[in-house]
Design a protein around this ligand. Structure first.
Ligand code: FES
Length: 84
């Protein structure tokens, strides 16, 4: 049995993930060294806790900024922008 898959866009590139994956997982699939956002000094930041506590995984999802990627399920057609 093959798991259902969905397609979404990460920084304007199509990514396919298993249905039920988080947006954080999709960003990790899309980038070899995932960068979710940049600090105020420009340092790359990535998901750390994976449970909504650290806020390091914030991205823009469907035009709404500051979304915690680890807390949002990936959906078909979603548009995600990170500070790659
Ligand atoms: S990884 Fe910590 S809030 Fe998302």
């Amino acid at each position: 049995m093959t798991a259902a898959r969905i397609r979404l866009q990460i920084n304007h590139r199509a990514v396919e993930v298993v249905a039920g994956s988080s947006v954080a997982a999709a960003v990790a699939v899309a980038q070899s060294s995932p960068v979710f956002r940049r600090s105020t000094t420009g340092q790359p930041r990535a998901a750390f806790c994976g449970m909504g506590a650290c806020f390091e995984c914030r991205v823009r999802i469907d035009g709404v900024g500051q979304q915690r990627a680890c807390m949002v399920p990936a959906r078909e057609g979603m548009q995600v922008i990170s500070d790659e």
